[in-house]
Design a protein. Structure first.
Length: 336
């Protein structure tokens, strides 16, 4: 096992516990932050890399809570900000992301800005009132534990805004879901390229996070695409060797990816379906069955399973999986 994989497994082994503790610890501060955000009515979620994809997973649920909420990449937002002074949630797991620090140093944050981080002694936490996750620094290069913790911090804020989150706590208390992933791992380990796909309020952000993790860990080309965007053009690039990984949820607002998965099968492509829908498996697909789950809770159930598939497949693909060749844990593209 490479050191990169060893570090990833260490982080993943405690991510549910740390995320649960982070959710519980955040509640008191989240009440005040939520009230200030509610008073503003407009919210932007700002992050880079994995932090952005976590924000994207949470963002639709802020809209469901009645806010005018959008998620943005920090590097582009500070060059073309939204007019006015919306509330801001600035996410940086290290609290040191170059783009986040540049935006703060340029005095581009609003008077209602808050941080989400794992590092209480970081520049972000010193600059803005922040929710600080439990468990300290994430050592692995690809984000896993930090993403679940940040999702939990968002859950605390959403709860303060009126969302119902008991299923999330149940998932975190139960720990990693034991699922049969061997078929999915085998497909992904031998694929030249992969696409991660979802459809629905929170699933696409989770699958975008999975795409990033796969690129970082296995160093393979991966596209993270909404189901509609995948069908509008990129469908031409896939063939029987492509790994298409989908997340399928349950609930009255579930937007099923079943027809798209079946279309893949009709062209000889066996998609990997991480399936928490409670529905019948899609014929011809490689199904990873999870307990029935939907809404924001699906992100907490599905993302760790996707991470496990990715880590196992990456370990089979390359001997030094998870060890960056050109990158560092803390990126500083916007600072000298």
């Amino acid at each position: 096992m490479s050191k990169g994989i060893d570090h990833l497994r260490s982080e993943m082994s405690r991510q549910h516990r740390d995320a649960l503790n982070s959710l519980q610890d955040a509640r008191e501060s989240a009440t005040e932050i939520g009230a200030r955000i509610r008073a503003k009515g407009r919210l932007v979620l700002l992050g880079m890399g994995g932090s952005h994809w976590v924000n994207r997973a949470a963002c639709p649920h802020y809209r469901r809570a009645g806010l005018d909420a959008t998620d943005h990449v920090v590097s582009e937002y500070m060059r073309a900000p939204i007019p006015g002074a919306p509330a801001m949630l600035m996410t940086s797991q290290s609290g040191k992301s170059g783009e986040v620090l540049r935006m703060i140093n340029n005095d581009q944050v609003s008077d209602c800005a808050f941080g989400l981080t794992l590092e209480g002694d970081s520049p972000l936490a010193h600059a803005l009132p922040s929710l600080v996750g439990v468990g300290g620094t994430e050592l692995a290069y690809a984000a896993t534990r930090s993403q679940l913790i940040t999702l939990a911090q968002h859950a605390a804020l959403l709860e303060a805004l009126g969302a119902d989150i008991p299923q999330i706590e149940e998932i975190l208390r139960a720990g990693p879901i034991q699922a049969d992933i061997e078929g999915a791992v085998e497909k992904l380990a031998n694929a030249p390229v992969a696409v991660t796909v979802a459809r629905g309020a929170s699933t696409q952000g989770a699958m975008d996070a999975a795409a990033l993790c796969l690129m970082e860990t296995a160093r393979m080309p991966v596209l993270g695409l909404e189901a509609g965007q995948f069908r509008h053009g990129p469908f031409e690039m896939i063939d029987t060797q492509t790994a298409v990984m989908m997340l399928r949820g349950a609930g009255p607002d579930a937007d099923d990816i079943g027809p798209l998965a079946a279309e893949c099968v009709s062209y000889g492509i066996s998609p990997i379906v991480i399936d928490a829908s409670g529905r019948a498996p899609i014929a011809g697909a490689i199904t990873v069955t999870l307990p029935e789950c939907g809404g924001y809770a699906l992100t907490f159930a599905g993302l760790p399973v996707a991470q496990e598939i990715i880590v196992c497949a990456s370990e089979r693909r390359i001997p030094d999986a998870g060890i960056p060749r050109r990158s560092a844990k803390v990126a500083s593209a916007e600072v000298a």
